[in-house]
Design a protein around this ligand. Structure first.
Ligand code: TPP
Ligand code: MG
Length: 329
């Protein structure tokens, strides 16, 4: 019985948040088709368990940095779907006042230092935040989400080296979905487990089934405890898969149907739902959660559609930080 290790409400919350991320993504894709949402969407459909398992190991005052595939990370850290939907729809009520879109959503109050269009761009930011926590003697940790492709960027290696040397309270969380755009992992790196990279920088690397939310949560907890105890970073590698294209509209010629189907049979959502049912959770309880999510997304879409676009006069607002305001996180 999984209830022996986890409170019932926590298990339901894992499911609720994963389902919310999945449905948010599907709704955003639909609203892009309907014309409400302009621009690119990189969906994280299939990768919900890494976002939820990792963020569940964090406290609300810990921080994350995210990527171009960041909607799941933001929701898992407490981001509000209606402000996210409004941002995607370029409305003034969105997280960036409608001027940033998917790649820039940020909420300092929730410890979200931002999605990021620059591959590996969030890694030095999280490392810098971890240095700030260490210098201020705060028992907070920073977690950087990034993909397998980002591990080949210099920014990762520079940040990992410094974090290992100074034992910074940072978790390097790699969502290894086996592709950087259309390039398979075995054509971008000579090692199968990217977590091996950690050894060269003097800290541990953990490989985990990124489609199993409980496994991700446990690995992330180990990493967070180590960071909070002042012992330094950990590289956590969640092996996972994105079910949709790199971006909406990607023709996906670089992978086979058989590969996609094999991963679909390991979809984290039905897997965890069935696990709850097998462990005695009532189907009605789960269905009620699913109905609530649909209702909240109806409201999020309505909120976005009813909100005005940003006024031209606000174009330069939010471009530069006001350093006189002092700390931002
Ligand atoms: C510095 C930089 N180089 C290249 C790109 C173009 N680009 C956007 S996403 C992407 C692939 C990233 O792959 P990965 O890190 O595995 O993340 P995933 O898309 O699989 O989540 C690339 C090359 C970019 N945005 N930034
Ligand atoms: Mg990838």
């Amino acid at each position: 019985m999984i209830q022996q290790n986890y409170p019932k409400e926590q298990l339901l919350n894992f499911y609720r948040t994963m389902r919310l991320i999945r449905e948010f993504e599907l709704r955003a894709i639909n609203e892009r088709r309907s014309g409400l949402i302009p621009g690119f969407i990189h969906s994280c459909v299939g990768q919900e368990a890494t976002a939820v398992g990792a963020c569940a190991a964090l406290r609300s005052d810990d921080i994350i940095t995210s990527t171009h595939r960041g909607h799941g990370h933001l929701i898992a850290k407490g981001g509000e779907p209606r402000y996210m939907m409004a941002e995607l729809a370029a409305r003034s009520t969105g997280y960036c006042g409608g001027k940033g879109g998917s790649l820039h959503m940020t909420d300092f109050d929730l410890g979200i230092l931002g999605a990021n269009g620059i591959v590996a761009g969030g890694i030095p930011m999280a490392t810098g935040a971890a240095l700030a926590f260490q210098m201020r003697n705060e028992e907070r940790v920073a977690l950087a989400f990034f993909g397998d492709g980002a591990v080949n960027e210099g920014a990762f290696h520079e940040a990992a080296n410094l974090a290992g040397l100074w034992k910074l309270p940072v978790i390097f969380f790699c969502e290894n979905n086996l592709y950087g755009e259309g390039t398979p992992q075995n054509k971008q790196a000579p090692v199968a487990d990217l977590s091996l990279r950690a050894e060269g920088y003097g800290f541990p690397g953990i490989v985990v089934d990124g489609n199993d939310v409980l496994a991700v949560y446990e690995a992330s907890n180990t990493a967070v405890e180590r960071a909070r105890a002042g012992k330094g970073p950990t590289f956590v590698e969640g092996k996972t898969y994105r079910f949709r294209g790199h971006y909406e509209g990607d023709p996906m010629v670089y992978r086979t149907k058989a590969e996609l189907e094999a991963w679909r049979s390991r979809d984290p959502l039905p897997a965890f739902r069935n696990r709850l049912l097998d462990n005695g959770f009532a189907a009605t309880e789960i269905e009620a959660i699913e109905a609530d999510i649909q209702a909240s997304l109806d409201q999020a879409v309505e909120f976005a559609a009813d909100s005005p676009p940003p006024e031209p006069e606000t174009a330069l607002e939010g471009v530069y930080a006001d350093t006189h305001e002092g700390r931002v996180f």
